[in-house]
Ligand binder design. Structure first.
Ligand code: HSE
Length: 431
């Protein structure tokens, strides 16, 4: 049996899961492989972690990551501390010291992926990152290997379990946003500071990684449009539901001839769309390829063992030499992919759900539809609810395809109408 020595840096929830799989007696890896990754050392800033882990005596434990980086017996470093620093320095040093890298660090790859890939190439080493998107779902392997024969046309899906849990709870139990978030925090699905998840930032990091691998291009991460769910109103979920749509936070990547669309925002999907029935903390990603057509991958997008499953898959790829071959051969990892601009949100074309709070008197609909018409926005359906909210009534509309810039102009002009009270809500639709 050949072995490949692993140094694990960052012993949080996922790190403990990776150690559990690697140290398991009768591990599936031993049954399936002639060359296995072996846990050689662990680094974590907290010295108490060692006692909690009950480690076998032959595994080195250190509070200083440098000890593992300088250890010539360690062939692959797993970076699981997250964030930009010192993760960036740890990965860079590992590559300089001739070690392959496995990471789950989506933020670092979204912001500095090309730079790190270039560095790995220069040192003849690889960076594997299956655990950075979709937890246990092998989405990176699918895009990189399984769909290699395809021009990827679109990638879109639910890539954040926390927000999907919150939206599912709001939809099913008619619970308002703040209560659903509190429940997610109580269950450990949402952080104490939930900003990264609920504002769509985590999803935008994952979208950047998927788009780079899927489209084989480079772009400026900061131009990805992202909008979260923290301003979601329960009433919109329910009016849209009545119209046949389910609300999800989607990460959407589409390739057009001259640019790419990359955006994260709350999105309405028809009830019968496969992503509409992805509930709770689950993730699912749809990929449209030129040869394969439409596909969807579904599974647990977070959590200790699903994410550890992805990390260990990467370790096996490194141990078997597959990661090195792929990394060297694929243009995607050259760090010099074609730069493509991200289309401005004003140019996007979708259908829209609109909810106005209006006074209930003759001529209101005519005034609103007049402004929409002026900006070439065609109305597909209208519902006016009887329920009065502070002397106003909710007027809900679905539009046909319209340009976002035109919608924004129309909504700005409508602010002058004295018949519209409150802020007008709008949601984008994908079919
Ligand atoms: N916070 C992420 C989520 C999990 O809720 O999906 C890690 O990527």
């Amino acid at each position: 049996m050949n072995t490949f020595n692993v140094g694990l840096i960052g012993m949080g929830t996922v790190g403990a899961g990776v150690a559990k799989i690697l140290l398991e007696k009768g591990s599936p890896l031993l049954e399936k492989l002639d060359c296995v990754p072996v846990l050689k050392g662990i680094a974590d800033r907290n010295p108490d972690v060692k006692n909690k882990l009950n480690l076998p005596s032959d595994i080195l434990f250190t509070t200083d990551a440098k000890e593992l980086l300088n250890n010539p017996d360690i062939q692959v470093v797993v970076e699981l501390i997250g964030g930009l620093h010192p993760a960036m320095e740890i990965i860079t040093t590992a590559l300089e010291k001739g070690k392959d890298v496995v990471t789950a660090n989506k933020m670092l790859l979204a912001l500095h992926g090309s730079e790190l890939f270039s560095k790995a190439r220069r040192h003849g080493k690889s960076i594997s990152f299956e655990a950075s998107v979709g937890g246990g779902i092998p989405i990176i392997a699918a895009l990189r290997d399984g769909f290699i024969a395809n021009k990827i046309e679109a990638i879109f899906g639910i890539v954040n379990g926390t927000t999907n849990y919150i939206l599912t709870k709001m939809t099913r139990e008619k619970v308002k946003y703040s209560d659903a978030l509190a429940e997610a925090q109580r269950l450990g699905y949402a952080e104490k500071d939930p900003t990264m998840d609920v504002e769509g930032i985590d999803s935008s990091h994952k979208l950047a990684i998927l788009a780079r691998i899927g489209f084989g291009v480079d772009f400026d991460y900061k131009n990805i449009y992202h909008e979260g769910i923290s301003a979601m109103d329960l009433s919109d979920i329910w009016y849209a539901h009545e119209l046949g749509y389910t609300l999800k936070l989607l990460a959407i990547a589409k390739k057009t001839e001259n640019n790419i669309e990359l955006r994260v925002h709350p999105t309405l999907l028809p009830h019968d769309h496969p992503l509409s029935s992805v509930n709770g903390v689950f993730n699912a990603i749809c990929i449209t390829g030129s040869a394969v057509g439409e596909t969807m991958l579904y599974g647990k997008g977070a959590g200790q063992m699903p994410t550890a499953s992805a990390v260990v898959a990467d370790l096996v790829d490194v141990a078997l030499g597959r990661a090195g071959i792929t990394f060297k051969a694929m243009k995607t990892f050259s760090g010099h992919c074609e730069y493509v601009p991200i289309a401005d949100i004003q140019q996007f074309k979708t259908r829209y759900y609109l909810r106005f709070s209006v006074v209930d008197k003759p001529g209101v609909l005519a005034k609103i539809s007049g402004i929409l018409g002026k900006y070439e926005i065609s109305i597909a359906s209208v519902i006016q609810h009887k329920a009065r909210e502070n002397g106003t009534v909710p007027l809900v509309m679905m539009t046909h395809l319209a340009e976002e810039g035109n919608l924004q102009k129309a909504l700005t002009e409508m602010k002058q109408l004295d018949v519209i009270k409150d802020h007008t809500k709008f949601l984008r639709v994908e079919e």
